[in-house]
Each structure stands twice: as C-alpha cells, then as structure tokens.
Ligand binder design. Structure first.
Ligand SMILES: Cc1ncc(COP(=O)(O)O)c(C=O)c1O
Length: 350
C-alpha cells in the first residue's frame, strides 16, 4: 500500500466527500430543488445546444451579463465558475498566502475546511452562539486573513443578523465571504451592496433554487477590483458552454425560482410542525432544509429511512449537532411520505 506521506502534507488528513450509493431513493439529503430540473435550462439543452466545437466564453460573459441585468450591477462585478465550490477555491487562491489563517464559523458547510486546507490555510473555527448566531467580537478580533459566513447557514438553516454581518465587514481586517447558497429562500441579500465594501465577496449557486445542481454553476459578486483579481486567477473556461447557456436561460425564467421559493415557504412550517409533533426539536430555518434533533437515535433514523427509500443527512455524530439530522423541505406529498415513514419507524422500535 502506498503511504499517504506521498501526498501534500495539508491534504493527507482528508477522506472522500459524501457519496451515497443511489438507488431511486427520495432525496432529502442534499438541499436541491424538489420541484425537479429547471424547465428553461432543460429546454435550452434539448432545443438550442447546437454545437460544441469551440471553447466556451473564457469568462462566461453571456452569463455574467445576464446576472448583471438581474441584479442591476455591472458585468465586471461577477465571477462565474464550476459551482460556488470553485468560487471558494478561487477566493483562497486569489487572497490567501500559504499559512494564512482562515476563520470558519462552526457548525457550517464542511467544505470550507477542505478548501482552506487544500490551499494551505490554517483553519480556526469560531463557535456559533447557543442560538446559532455569529460570535462577532471573536471574529473581528481574530486577526485572520479571511472569514467565510454562510447566511443562511448550512446545516443550521438560519440567517445571521444583518447588523452582525455589517459589523464584521467593517471591523474585520481581511476578506469576508458571504455565502448565499440558500439566499433565494431568505431576505436581505448582500449582493446589492457589493460596491459599498472593499472586502466583501458574495457567493451564489444554481444548484439549489435554480434546480441545476448537475450542471455545476456558481458565481461570486464583489466590487469590480476584487472580481477582476478573482477572474485573473480562475481557471479560464471553467464553466462549459452547455452549463452557461442553460444558466442564461434559467436567469430569464425568474417565475420558476419564485415558485420554488413559495413552495418552500409554504411547506417548511408544515414540515417543522409535523416533526415537532413526532418529538423532534426543529430549529428555525430560512432555507430549503430543516435541522432537527431526533427523538430516536440519529443513525437508526437515517438508516431506517434509507431502508424505506428516503435519504436524509445525518449530523448526529458532530459536536453542536448531537443527534441531529437535516431534512430538505419536500413537496407536500414528499413531506407526508417522510413523516409517515418516521412514524412507522418510531412505532417499530417502540
Ligand atoms: C453553504 C453552501 N455553500 C456552497 C455549496 C456548494 O454549492 P455548489 O453546488 O454551487 O458548489 C453548498 C452545497 O451544498 C452549500 O450548502
């Protein structure tokens, strides 16, 4: 067996990412859009994707222009790439030196730690408060080079207080990444304010409300100077032309995004109260998912649901989310199926 010492030292500790075997299950484990594939994007792929001979636009100018129109900003406020994960990677490559400290609130999106370490950063965690809000003073006084704030936060589901984010933007000395992967489900985006801050990068994705996770499209929005720095570091052509064309089509159909948002706003409280009735402690959510403390063992629940054809995400072994699981908010029928399955599991184990 080849020793892992052959690997770059900062990468040796890593295992592979979440990769469940899928066999037709109902997926409530990845917070994607339960309404199905984005219709405008599918139409583009079926009817308008006519040739693949040339390279795509180097910096995805068509999509950047569509996004500029959507938000009333300039095309040069945008960086577009292969998922918001690529935007995280590019942020590290553009703004951090080997050995710089990156601050990551805890609990939050697990890949922050991965991208930081893969780019040679030292990661420090800043524990969220008991009500899952930011430790603003701790972050400001940390002296770190970069902080990544997901609002709404994954896996807790809540948004952070806008005033806290503003205080961090003005008080923290480094780059502040505000990851709005679930921003379409909440209010108060920071995107309209990118030109106000020298140090803010806002991230968004087409993987959630836009229902296009399989095409891997994400974008960063920042003042034009930061965006230009990121574009000059990003791998040219990282977004392929099929994904870019589909995303442009999807930006043009805001009705689908609005329907997706309305569905989540309608079903989320119903799922939360169904879970509470079964004895879960459901945390407040501004996203398309709910974190909940389970009344039965988290792994028994996750495994038994999988046996019944339903995937959810287990966070029960992690500090601060002990015995918690995360449910993507489904349609009314999906949520009913989920609640019925949980009820029968609880009856079975007594
Ligand atoms: C908070 C957060 N940021 C970023 C991502 C990654 O998004 P993308 O699919 O655009 O890489 C996710 C995916 O689950 C997420 O939860």
């Amino acid at each position: 067996m080849v020793s892992r010492d052959i690997m770059r030292s900062t990468a040796r500790g890593f295992g592979k990412y979440y990769s469940p075997a899928i066999n037709g299950e109902m997926r409530l484990d990845t917070n994607t859009n339960v309404l199905g594939s984005n219709p405008a994007a599918m139409r583009f792929i079926r009817e308008q994707m006519t040739e693949i001979n040339d390279y795509p636009s180097t910096y995805s100018d068509g999509l950047r222009s569509a996004l500029a129109g959507l938000y009333g900003l300039g095309i040069d406020n945008f960086v577009v790439g292969n998922g918001s994960d690529e935007m995280l990677d590019v942020s590290f490559k553009t703004f951090t030196e080997w050995g710089d400290e990156c601050l990551v609130p805890y609990p939050s999106y697990t890949l922050y730690d991965y991208f930081a370490k893969m780019n040679g950063s030292r990661v420090s965690f800043s524990d969220l408060t008991d009500d899952f809000q930011l430790d603003v003073d701790g972050i400001i006084s940390s002296g770190a080079k970069m902080v990544i704030i997901a609002s709404p936060n994954n896996p807790t589901g809540n948004s952070f207080r806008r005033k806290d984010i503003e205080d961090i933007l003005t008080g923290f000395g480094g780059i502040v990444i505000v990851d709005e992967a679930y921003g379409e489900y909440s209010d108060g985006s920071m995107i309209p304010r990118v030109d106000e801050y020298e140090n803010m990068i806002v991230l968004r994705t087409f993987s959630k409300a836009y229902a296009m996770a399989s095409l891997r499209i994400g974008y960063a929005v920042a003042n034009m100077d930061l965006a230009d720095m990121m574009n000059s570091v990003k791998i040219p052509y990282s977004l392929n032309s099929l994904s870019e064309g589909a995303a442009i089509a999807a930006v043009g159909d805001q009705g689908f995004v609005e329907r997706s948002r309305e569905m989540v706003l309608r079903e989320r409280p119903r799922l939360a109260s169904g879970l509470s009735e079964l004895g879960f402690r459901a945390y407040p959510s501004d996203s398309n998912f709910i974190l909940a403390e389970s009344p039965i063992d988290h792994s028994v629940l996750t495994d038994s649901l999988k046996d019944r054809g339903i995937l959810i995400r287990d966070f029960g072994n992690k500090r601060r989310t002990e015995n918690c699981v995360r449910f993507t908010v489904g349609t009314a029928e999906m949520n009913e199926k989920l609640l019925c399955a949980i009820r029968s599991i609880m009856e079975e184990i007594g």
